[in-house]
Design a protein. Structure first.
Lengths: 500, 313
């Protein structure tokens, strides 16, 4: 059976622990950001131009690592949304929908190349605006953003091969609402397939992370994309609601919370508008006793501490087989001690700032709930910066399915750990949630991967890895985690009307 | 000590129970990803200066050639004690590593410097001789004055599954060494999988190694970061289970300062501060020293110096 139980102590030094706090350490290694030029105020990008909001109101965009304002962004009103939808409608009819796929593809390829060209600037801006570590914005967010545009650019002139024997017609104007956790990447997930299939777009980025979307608007402009094909209206919930309820919208694509998703679904009922919803999750990460333990520990780190845990498909529930649980948790704690929490622009930072004050308060509230529920809390000793919204990587043990911290999406660097005894029990616990976005299976046995993977009711199952993304792979949820798929060939369907 | 004999080759049973160690599966893809992530650490400013000097102090300055001579070894020992004439504040290297026949020369040169004399033994690098010859080779090196012994394991026996042979072999050399510091070379480049690397590490540690070492430097690949990471994890697990600290020595192919810094990051984030010292970590290298010196001088002066300013011994 398992070799998990550590050997009996043979030395009086048995209490010896690993010391990750003293001795040689890393100096500051900040990515330079002095070349980033930000305007004081940003308007909406409508019909190929930046325009001031109709009622002149602005929202502050805060750098969560410093709590200082970076710029002001327009707070979109119904009139702003209407202007954007009209511009998109006009561009759809007069130009974009009639363009041959090959020509549309050229524009999208050009945008993809320009994203690569400005990759460093976009990564720095993404980290300043959203708090994510530069290591991730530089190595994950922006490269994947470009990859999505490249991928869907390739489909633009091959739709007849995507849907053999049928004709794929664009839908019209797509209203797209994206979250604050992966601002550029979610923009790409939404915009790239819409453009490739001949639709035009009104996109509303999240109010805390609009700056890269506005920089993207400039890139579209420089790429010579026809006016009105992409429109970006900034603002908060009300702006999104105006977009969802606008009568001339043909399709809504939303990524965000399940709570808002349900509201959107209700308001769209009977409207005839198509929609895709990519919502919350509480992904189970299952570690079997025959897993490669060391790599599974690393996988858990990537599953829950990637992007401060602001990941809808995060592996936020750890299910570990009881026979290895003590060993596994002790190794996990040691690994967590080496996570560096701090300045998102420092190249060595593993965990950056929590995206906003509101989210920070929400996470802290869940930490209190967990303690009140009687769970054992463990946090690393990471030093936190004096200002900014930072949260130490956190574990909760001694929890059960009935606890709120196990049921509800926390969207922070907080992991709950439960044990299980048999594979059936693991699957039962994993599926015992209203969500169904992601899951992880760790075992060295190929057969067990497929057996477990098939039984899990979630849209994405990773095995012996976690949080890996690729534009060719469809992504989406079961149950309350969403409707529809984004990415891959499947990601084209929500944007086309198929005729024979 | 009991007289070891070549009969050990066929003895399967006696120590199998202590030698056989089940190993958790190791996913090589995952190991490579972990190494890649650690390689993204950015070592700058004071941290870099400190690490470069630290790396210099961890070198086992090595010459292991058939053409080695007293003249060569004497010059190498001068370099070991005073790596760069222009800089008095530099640390000396940890040890000089030579073949047994060169040990007395090295030992004489290094007397009073604080630098250890290390010798390869056990019919380095292949080790394809009888156990008796290996023991004699080790005894000879120690008689000549070796303070550290770098032995090789019998990879053939290991790959055959004859773990008890390998265990007993290491234990026998350990007995011969007594207080002499024993480094056990696994020759990871011949072991084929990381699971083998882990198993061989566990064997060597349980059989009494003071250090485990990746490679002889005579086989490609020599030291790799994935193999080193797996070995560091074996050391860590042993320490957490017993409180006993074993050292680590990657050897061969580490020529550049940047590589050395990457290894130090692996070390720091796997084992912590307790191992970031020449007492528990060594680099087996010959040309690494000059690149470290060049980078140290770059940090001090802001410019790179010509390679002609650094001694080649």
């Amino acid at each position: 059976m398992s070799d998990s139980s550590p050997d009996k102590p043979t030395s009086p030094n048995f209490d010896a622990a690993l010391d990750f706090r003293s001795g040689w350490s890393y100096s500051e290694a900040p990515e330079s950001s002095d070349y980033i030029e930000l305007d004081e105020n940003y308007g909406h990008y409508i019909d190929g131009r930046f325009v001031q909001p109709s009622k002149g109101r602005y929202l502050e965009s805060i750098n969560p690592a410093t709590e200082k304002s970076l710029a002001k962004i327009a707070d979109g009103t119904g009139e702003d949304v209407d202007a954007a939808v009209k511009a998109a409608g006009k561009a759809f009819k007069s130009k974009w929908s009639g363009l041959p796929g090959r020509e549309r593809g050229k524009y999208i390829y050009r945008i993809a190349r320009m994203i690569q060209e400005y990759a460093r600037e976009l990564a720095v801006l993404e980290s300043m605006d959203g708090g994510k570590p530069i290591r991730e914005s530089r190595d994950v967010d922006i490269p994947l953003t470009a990859a999505h545009f490249f991928y869907y650019a390739g489909w633009a002139d091959k739709l007849e091969y995507a849907f053999p024997g049928r004709k794929a017609e664009p839908l019209g104007v797509c209203g797209q609402i994206i979250p604050w956790n992966f601002p550029m990447l979610m923009l790409a997930w939404k915009i790239a397939p819409a453009l490739a299939t001949g639709n035009t777009v009104v996109l509303k980025p999240a109010e805390t992370t609009s700056l890269t979307a506005l920089r993207f608007a400039e890139i579209c402009s420089d790429a010579g994309l026809p006016d009105g094909v992409i429109n970006i209206v900034t603002g908060a919930g009300q702006t999104g609601s105006n977009l969802v309820n606008h009568p001339d919208i043909d399709k809504i694509a939303f990524t965000g919370s399940t709570e808002v998703g349900k509201i959107i679904q209700k308001s769209l009922a009977g409207s005839g508008k198509r929609y895709t919803l990519e919502l919350g999750g509480k992904g189970a990460n299952i570690i079997f006793e025959d897993a490669a333990i060391e790599q599974a520990v690393e996988g858990v780190i990537n599953a829950i501490f990637f992007n401060q845990g602001h990941v809808c498909c995060a592996g936020s529930r750890l299910l570990v087989q009881e026979s290895i649980a003590d060993l596994f948790i002790s190794r996990l704690k040691d690994r967590m001690e080496t996570l560096i929490v701090g300045d998102p622009l420092d190249k060595n930072t593993d965990i950056g700032a929590i995206n906003s004050k509101a989210q920070y308060d929400r996470i802290l509230n869940y930490l209190e709930i967990g303690v009140e529920e009687g769970a054992a809390i463990y946090q690393t000793q990471a030093e936190l910066p004096k200002s900014g919204y930072f949260c130490r990587p956190t574990l909760f043990t001694d929890v059960g399915q009935s606890n709120r911290i196990v049921n509800e999406e926390i969207f922070g660097p907080v992991l709950t750990i439960q044990t299980f005894r048999t594979p059936d029990e693991a699957v039962e616990k994993a599926n015992n949630t209203p969500y169904g976005l992601s899951g992880g299976v760790w075992t060295d046995k190929g057969s067990k991967i497929f057996q477990t993977g098939r039984a899990l009711r979630a849209g994405v199952i990773w095995s012996n890895t976690f949080n890996k993304f690729d534009p060719t792979s469809p992504f989406g949820g079961y149950k309350e985690s969403g409707v529809g798929r984004e990415g891959g060939l499947h990601g084209l369907y929500p944007y086309v009307h198929l005729t024979s | 000590m009991t007289k070891p004999s070549s009969e050990l080759i066929s003895s399967q049973q006696p120590s199998l129970h202590k030698a056989y160690l089940p190993v958790s599966p190791i996913d090589e893809v995952g190991v490579r990803e972990r190494v890649a992530r650690l390689n993204r650490r950015s070592i700058k400013k004071d941290s870099k200066k400190e690490a470069l000097k630290l790396a210099l102090s961890m070198i086992d300055l090595t010459t292991l050639e058939g053409k080695d001579s007293t003249g060569k070894v004497i010059q190498l020992c001068r370099k070991a004690a005073r790596p760069h004439a222009g800089m008095a504040s530099l640390p000396h290297v940890a040890a000089v590593c030579v073949y047994p026949s060169m040990v007395s020369t090295a030992r004489k040169q290094l007397e009073g410097t604080g630098i250890f004399t290390a010798s390869v033994a056990t019919s380095f690098p292949a080790g394809m001789v009888s156990l008796k010859q290996k023991l004699d080779d080790t005894r000879y090196a120690i008689e000549q004055g070796a303070e550290e012994i770098d032995m090789v394991i019998s990879r053939g026996e290991f790959l055959k599954g004859n773990y008890s042979y390998v265990y007993d072999e290491i234990a026998s050399i350990r007995e011969v060494c007594q207080e002499v510091h024993l480094k056990v070379i696994l020759e990871t480049g011949e072991l084929g999988t990381l699971e083998h690397v882990r198993k061989a590490s566990d064997l060597a540690i349980r059989a009494g190694a003071d250090f485990i070492k990746t490679s002889t430097g005579k086989i490609a690949p020599a030291a790799t970061q994935p193999a080193t990471l797996v070995m560091l994890e074996a050391i860590r697990d042993h320490y957490l289970a017993t409180g006993h600290k074993v050292g680590m020595k990657p050897a061969g192919g580490i020529r550049k300062a940047k590589q050395a810094l990457q290894y130090l990051v692996l070390l720091r984030e796997t084992l912590g501060a307790g191992w970031v010292t020449p007492e528990y970590f060594r680099f087996g290298a010959s040309s690494l020293a000059n690149d470290l010196l060049m980078q140290i001088l770059k940090q001090e002066t802001g410019v790179y110096q010509s390679a002609d300013y650094f001694s080649i011994d």
